[in-house]
Design a binder for this molecule. Structure first.
Ligand code: CAA
Length: 401
């Protein structure tokens, strides 16, 4: 049975910041952000958007592009590290706002940026096991990355959601059982204490942990997956998508992966295998759980050569940490499907914010979970209305309240 990703949906806030302008405002050379980190723009969420609204919009796009009705979903997992409640999962709001069936299993998965991959692996196994009984799964990776104004992490923020429709006979990427290498380790590289809206990070150490995880996951992958009959393992992948907190991190990860695979010129394959996957992330910034899958969407949409039937590797990293290296096969016509899904156009429809506007909306979001939300004109028909009597309310074209 072939199982995998049948459709990808994307949601980003309607507003973004140019990182060159942020750099000037912070008295930093613009090239540090645009070249040194490899991010050109970052998405800025407005005061009436949250992880729920992003999740619902991305899921709606995935279902629409696949021509699938919400009633066909039997499992909905939201991977997020920026949930809206300590108990009620984002997936419950999604269930109501999209109209998922009552007999649908819904829950939230948390492990920093790995939470979406945890959801994807669970969904694949749910279908392979037969529990799905013909139904499909919706895995939504949604986050708002927030470090604080004027911190080193500030240029590595972003916001967005990627929804993956997972099914039998997938039309984008299929995955075989067991082709996964896993690595986990108890480290304090990046975390967010219960009392804080902003992440805490040991920035340079987090880069080290990510690179150690590349090595650990590769070693486990080699144990589990038969080596190719000839040539280097990493040459058997037509493309590689990495978790992209910022583009340079993916470049470092690729160098590490190729060097560990015995490549004396590990950067030479970067343009060929990785670059197309970094274009969309460079326009959105870090979206934590979704950033690996944004990279996958980017490479499917933007690679000029045909990937039909070819292998793509994915490297997922979640601080704390858990990482996985796994591979899939690109299904015929996948690139055309992603190109025609409207993902690329979505980024062109955004409005640029000036730095003072970004700072104002950043501060306005600080206590947004404790009061009615400030309505904006950009957010569209689905919006977060705020909290009253400890309950969150949403306005949606389908349902109010
Ligand atoms: N022109 C071009 N490049 C320049 C430059 C200039 N004028 N000035 C500096 N640079 C380069 C530097 O050489 C450096 O590149 P290399 O890494 O190749 O040497 C790059 O720009 C960044 O410079 P610094 O390392 O000096 O930057 P920094 O100290 O301000 O911090 C950071 C960078 C650690 C990534 C920080 O932004 C941060 O803490 N970000 C959040 C943590 C993060 O994203 N970690 C990634 C791994 S963890 C993970 O992946 C999980 C997750 O999603 C968070």
């Amino acid at each position: 049975m072939k199982v995998g990703i049948d459709a990808i949906g994307l949601a980003v806030p309607p507003t973004y910041l140019e990182l060159a302008e942020l750099a000037r405002a912070r008295a930093v050379a613009p090239e540090k952000y645009t070249e040194g980190l490899g991010t050109v723009r970052m998405s800025v969420p407005l005061a009436d958007e949250d992880t729920v609204t992003l999740s619902v919009r991305a899921a709606g796009q995935a279902l629409a592009s696949a021509g699938v009705d919400a009633k066909q979903i039997g499992l909905c997992i939201v991977g997020t590290e920026t949930a809206v409640d300590h108990s009620k999962p984002v997936s419950s709001y999604v269930q109501g706002l999209i109209g998922l069936p009552s007999h649908c299993r819904v829950f939230e998965a948390k492990h920093a940026c790995y939470g979406g991959t945890a959801g994807l692996q669970t969904a694949l196994d749910w279908i392979r096991s037969g529990s799905a009984a013909g139904r499909k799964a919706l895995v939504i990776c949604a986050d708002i990355a927030r470090y604080g104004l004027k911190t080193p992490g500030e240029p590595t923020q972003g916001a967005g959601a990627v929804a993956l429709l997972v099914s039998e006979s997938p039309r984008l990427v299929s995955f075989e059982t067991g082709r996964v290498g896993t690595w986990s380790s108890d480290v304090h590289d990046f975390w967010r204490p219960l009392y804080s809206k902003d992440a805490v990070v040991d920035g340079h150490y987090s880069v080290t942990c990510y690179l150690q995880a590349v090595e650990g996951a590769l070693a486990d992958y080699r144990k589990k997956v038969p080596a190719p009959r000839s040539g280097r393992l990493t040459d058997s992948f037509a493309a590689i998508a990495y978790h992209v907190p910022y583009g340079k991190m993916a470049r470092k990860a690729h160098r590490q992966l190729r060097a560990l695979d015995g490549d004396a010129e590990p950067d030479e394959s970067f343009e060929r295998q990785v670059a197309a996957g970094l274009t969309l992330p460079s326009q959105v910034g870090n979206i934590y759980t979704g950033s690996l899958y944004l990279s996958l969407a980017s490479l499917l949409a933007l690679r000029q050569d045909k990937l039909d039937g070819k292998q793509v590797a994915l490297f997922s990293y979640g601080s704390g940490c858990c990482a996985e290296l796994f591979d899939g096969t690109v299904e015929p016509g996948a690139q055309e499907r992603v190109r025609s899904s409207g993902i690329l156009e979505l980024l062109e429809q955004r409005r640029k914010l000036e730095v003072p506007d970004y700072e104002a909306v950043f501060e306005a979001r600080e206590d947004m979970d404790q009061r009615p939300a400030r309505a904006t004109t950009d957010s569209g028909p689905l919006r977060y209305l705020g909290v009253q009597h400890h309950r969150r309310y949403y306005m949606s074209p389908k349902r109010q309240g």
